[in-house]
Design a protein around this ligand. Structure first.
Ligand SMILES: Nc1nc2c([nH]c(=O)n2[C@@H]2O[C@H](COP(=O)(O)OP(=O)(O)OP(=O)(O)O)[C@@H](O)[C@H]2O)c(=O)[nH]1
Length: 151
């Protein structure tokens, strides 16, 4: 039979939509060298390890990658994306409070961004979230589409 290979397991991922309280800017960072889609812009986060909650995984990842400690995180949306390298389930959390100074511990670049983003390309798995944020902010749909640069 054709189609999905049987038993392909989801990789569970915790992702943080960091929103800067002063101006509602969103934090995007680049994927480090050596990972799939290196150089693509994404929201910071990473894989949930065995026994971790989404919040615990996100706190650990953001500390490892960015050097900050988040106050709390609640799941806002859950999406899935089927990449050649993995079938991922993304647990999106909005984060508006953290402590510590940003430090790019994996050699990434980071930018605070308004919609439409002026960085590209963005990981395809992040595009639905840009659409929701665009709707929430009452912006024209083109504010989310402008980043769909992937062929
Ligand atoms: N962090 C993050 N991952 C995303 C986003 N969108 C998206 O599809 N993903 C996918 O989610 C997965 C995250 O895995 P990762 O490789 O960044 O996680 P990690 O840091 O724990 O990886 P490692 O353990 O291999 O070092 C990747 O397959 C990535 O393509 C996003 O906006 N942010």
């Amino acid at each position: 039979m054709s189609g999905q290979p049987q038993g392909r397991k989801h990789t569970e991922v915790a992702v943080g939509v960091l929103i800067r309280p002063a101006d509602d800017a969103l934090l995007l960072s680049t994927r480090p060298e050596g990972k799939a889609y290196a150089g693509f812009w994404e929201f910071p986060g990473g894989k949930i390890e065995a026994g971790e909650t989404v919040e615990q995984a996100l706190r650990r990842e953001l500390h490892e990658e960015l050097g900050i400690t988040i106050a709390g995180a609640e799941v806002w949306k859950i999406t899935e994306h089927d990449y050649p390298h993995a079938l991922v389930r993304l647990h999106w959390c909005k984060v508006t409070a953290w402590s510590g100074e940003f430090e790019m511990r994996e050699g990434q670049a980071m930018r605070w961004q308004q919609l439409p983003l002026d960085v590209a390309p963005v990981l395809p798995g992040a595009l639905p979230v840009l659409e929701w944020l665009t709707q929430e902010r009452g912006l024209p749909a083109s504010a989310a589409l402008a980043v769909s640069t992937l062929a």
